[in-house]
Design a protein around this ligand. Structure first.
Ligand code: NAD
Length: 363
């Protein structure tokens, strides 16, 4: 039996509504917040889903703003805040993935406008008080209780059209939150339960999603989508409650300095970051392996990504070999806490393996 260590646990106060068709409850949820004038946010690509949300709100919707962009450029945040003020909005409804929810958070950061999140990917931002805003080419992130969405409405119907490739990498991104949550310095038994169950649900859901690719209208397909979104909720909750480590630092470095795509980068790096930490966090590895039904966490995660048809090499995401050196250097500045100390040569070797797409050796 593993020894129970001391812990501190503060629950984040979010209300969660989960279920197919739950978008129909949007107007009730706006009213439950005491709000009457909602501004709906989306990307230009998700205008249709945002219009469905607006239709549910009827007279409670004061506008649909399709200005959400990747990495929340400060100009887009300013524009959305000004619009919310001009329209007299008393809440914002973010319909979309991490980028759209990020725009909602950027509005809330300065205006304290309550946010209702309607997530359509598995990234998990809806369950966290973490925000990110990009100014002068630099993404500044922080934590602030004001940006945590007050209500999260998970409707799997809205994820049915998420392209399979995006679904897989978004799901692996979610698994990465839970995997690092299992060895977080400020971890606790409740988050570990959620993390293991989140990884299990997501891995099972993604496998079923890929297996039903030819039959998108089947019950099995719908069940797979439900399972993935349930997993996303759990993994996102873990991200919102405990600190992340080397894996997330590496992904932020690769995304921020080399413009590599967010979710695919998480997918590629995860097995290698787990390999790096395996000996320092054996209990976390045991739980990850059990959750994905494999005997070894790093190799098992690599095999999972490969079986799902996801990218497994940074070079396939556009990273140049010469960038490994620079990425190592950047990743070593202001490192996050990590269960194993951050060693330059070992981080360099990790990135080289991830760049080449080699399977981590069994631990
Ligand atoms: P995203 O929000 O950038 O979405 C990618 C694209 O997919 C967009 O064009 C979007 O409109 C489209 N899309 C989303 N859902 C769809 C659906 N159901 N059907 C069809 N198209 C759909 O991608 P993401 O991976 O969700 O979010 C990534 C961003 O979120 C990154 O910037 C990341 O840093 C941030 N993030 C933040 C947190 C946090 O806690 N603050 C957590 C996770 C991710």
């Amino acid at each position: 039996m593993t020894r129970l260590t001391d812990f501190l646990y503060t629950a984040q106060p979010a209300r969660v509504v989960f279920g197919r068709g739950s978008l129909r409850r949007l107007a009730d949820e706006v009213e439950a917040l005491g709000a009457k004038r909602a501004l709906v946010l989306c990307t230009p690509q998700q205008r249709e889903q945002a219009s469905d949300a607006a239709a549910q709100l009827g007279h409670r919707c004061v506008g649909v703003h399709d200005g959400a962009q990747m990495h929340v450029p400060i100009e887009s945040a300013r524009q959305a805040r000004a619009l919310a003020l001009e329209l007299g909005a008393d809440c914002a409804v973010a319909v979309g993935g991490g980028s759209t929810i990020g725009l909602g958070k950027a509005i809330a950061l300065e205006s304290a406008l309550p946010i209702i999140a309607v997530p359509t990917t598995y990234a998990g931002s809806e369950m966290t008080p973490i925000y990110g805003i990009t100014a002068d080419g630099l993404k500044k992130t922080g934590r602030d209780a004001r940006v945590l969405p007050r209500t999260v409405l998970y409707d799997p119907d809205l994820t049915d059209g998420l392209p399979i490739g995006l679904s897989v990498t978004s799901g692996m991104n979610a698994i990465a939150h839970a995997a690092e949550g299992l060895y977080a310095r400020d971890g606790n038994p409740v988050m570990s339960l959620m993390a293991e169950e989140g990884i299990r649900a997501m891995a099972q859901g993604l496998r079923a999603l890929v297996a039903t690719d030819a039959d998108t209208a089947s019950d099995a397909r719908r069940t797979a989508r439900d399972e993935c979104l349930y997993g996303a909720w759990l993994c996102g909750t873990v991200l919102g409650h405990v600190g992340m480590a080397l894996h997330h630092k590496l992904c932020h470095t690769l995304g921020g300095s080399f413009d590599l795509p967010h979710a695919p980068t998480h997918t590629v790096v995860l097995p290698h970051a787990m390999q790096y930490n395996a000996a320092a966090a054996p209990e976390a590895m045991r739980r990850i392996a059990r959750a994905i039904g494999q005997s070894d966490a790093p190799g098992g995660l690599f095999d999972l990504a490969q079986a799902l048809g996801a990218p497994v090499a940074l070079r396939d995401l556009g990273m140049q070999e010469a960038d490994i050196e620079t990425a190592t250097r950047i990743a070593l500045t202001h490192p996050y806490w990590n269960p194993r100390s951050i060693e330059a040569d070992a981080v360099h070797a990790l990135l080289r393996q991830a760049w080449a797409g080699h399977r981590p050796a069994a631990t």
